[in-house]
Ligand binder design. Structure first.
Ligand code: G3P
Length: 225
């Protein structure tokens, strides 16, 4: 099992315009500085084309947004575990609700990433999905109700039970798997609520990437940690 220090803040840049090209490196530099000053663990998931340059130049954990379980060799356009490793990344997201995979693909990707010592954060859109995915033994499961993603209402307010129940159910399966929650998380109060519900951290995107002042938003986010 690979671990992220807890509580973990994982920021998915998605393919937002605000994180295209050199902007992704600048946001990551800001995250690294905030992490260093505060001592809070912050990991980032930049867009694929920026993965290598960021992972090789910044010290905080850098993750891919997806992993396709193919071996190195003659296949084109896939984000393979060995390409992710070669880029210098720390790990990868898998099965984000905006990039869904089958159970077979998820389990193969977890296995291949594990063999390369890459951290796996697998997204689940329900408690049931989280329990199913837990059997594949990822390092982390991130529960995110799809309908709340990108909105202004935090999962911790709109659906605290999904967070609590995912934590309880996943920990029953394996105490080694960490649980994050995500969707609509934007403030320090949301992060505090997530931890009180038993989560080990949060996975978020728009609250930082689309904020008018990303650094101010990040400082607000970690204020109670
Ligand atoms: O990957 C994180 C994400 O799906 C949550 O997005 O914008 O609601 O923080 P957001």
């Amino acid at each position: 099992m690979i671990k992220l220090p807890k509580p973990s803040i994982v920021i998915n840049f998605k393919v937002y315009e605000e994180a295209e090209g050199a902007k992704a490196l600048n946001i990551t530099k800001m995250c690294a500085a905030v992490s260093k000053d505060s001592g809070v663990a912050i990991a980032v998931c930049p867009p694929a084309p920026e993965l290598g340059i960021i992972a090789r130049s910044i010290k905080i954990p850098v993750l891919a947004q997806n992993a396709d379980p193919f071996p190195a060799g003659a296949s084109t356009g896939w984000m393979t575990p060995s390409v992710i490793k070669g880029a210098g990344a720390f790990g990868t997201l898998i099965n984000h609700t905006e990039h869904k995979s089958t159970d077979d693909t998820i389990s193969k990707a977890i296995k291949m990433c594990g063999e390369l010592n890459l951290l796996t954060i697998v997204c689940a859109d329900s408690v049931e999905a989280a329990v199913r995915i837990a059997k594949f033994r990822p390092d982390i499961i991130a529960v995110e109700p799809p309908e709340l993603i990108g909105g202004n209402v935090s999962v911790t307010d709109a659906d605290p039970y999904i967070v609590k129940n995912t934590v309880t159910s996943v920990k029953k399966e394996s105490r080694d798997i960490s649980v994050l929650c995500g969707a609509g998380i934007k403030t320090g109060k949301d992060v505090k609520a997530a931890l009180e519900l038993g989560a080990d951290g949060v996975l978020l995107a728009s609250g930082i990437i689309r904020a008018d002042d990303p650094k101010g938003a990040l400082l607000d986010l970690i204020q109670y940690l």
